[in-house]
Design a protein around this ligand. Structure first.
Ligand code: SAM
Length: 220
């Protein structure tokens, strides 16, 4: 079990100030990032990297997202403490831990079994209680749908139909969509039962969303 020292809290405050300077305004999101010890997700040898605004390898060819990306996606979700949220791509569990600071109703699904099992151990060790699942999140998580908010933390070739169908009216999906080398952040809002709006934001570079509605889908 790692400790959260005065020095770590200082580095976290500096990271939050940096995110503010980069344009993040949602105070709930900034407080959540300020509260989650990101160094808990790093091996001891790499602790110094934990509060840099960078993605970092977590094994299995995957990464813990850059803090700015976590903040940007979380802000787009316009999270409320009563929201039921689905995260696709648990990875290290960092984004999930940030979401849990804002709402206790967090569902998270990871495709890679080794990462899923590692994340489960992490959640248990630190007393975190998301509803964590192993499986193909490109299809959503139908058995617990609908959700107020859905966040996808891997880059998709398109917006999976299953995900928009699992949104509550008034809810939104935040998903990076594009090629394997660059994706635009997209927000789809379910305005009415059969009415959706689509907004596009700046570009990011994510690891690919795998699975049936991800890069493993059958295409010509
Ligand atoms: N949210 C993570 C964090 O805070 O550490 C970062 C996630 S990493 C950028 C993307 C994750 O999505 C990887 O762990 C990858 O295994 C997972 N992934 C890719 N395709 C998936 C799918 N179809 N369903 C669920 N998870 C998937």
């Amino acid at each position: 079990m790692q400790t959260d020292s005065y020095r770590h809290r200082g580095m976290r405050r500096a990271l939050v100030n940096h995110l503010r300077e980069k344009g993040i305004r949602d105070e709930r999101v900034l407080a959540a990032i300020g509260a989650v010890p990101r160094h808990f997700f790093f091996e001891k040898a790499f602790l110094e990297q934990a509060y840099q605004d960078k993605a970092f390898p977590i094994g299995e060819g995957q990464t813990i997202s850059q803090p700015y990306t976590v903040a940007f996606q979380s802000e787009l979700l316009q999270l409320k403490p009563t929201d039921k949220v689905l995260e696709i791509g648990t990875g290290s569990g960092y984004q999930c831990s940030v979401l849990l600071q804002i709402t206790p109703h967090v569902y998270t699904i990871e495709y890679n079994r080794a990462l899923y099992e590692k994340a489960l151990l992490f959640f248990k060790k630190y007393g975190l209680k998301p509803h964590a699942f192993h499986g193909d999140g490109s299809l959503g998580l139908l058995q617990h749908a609908p959700y107020d908010k859905i966040i996808v933390t891997a880059g998709a070739p398109g917006v999976p139909k299953a995900l928009v169908q699992q949104l509550n009216v008034g809810g939104c999906l935040v998903i990076p969509v594009g090629s394997e080398s660059s994706q635009k952040m997209v927000r789809i809002t379910r305005v009415e039962e059969n009415e959706f709006t689509k907004e596009e934001f700046t570009s990011f570079k994510f690891v690919p969303l795998l699975g049936k509605s991800g890069w493993e889908s059958e295409r010509f």
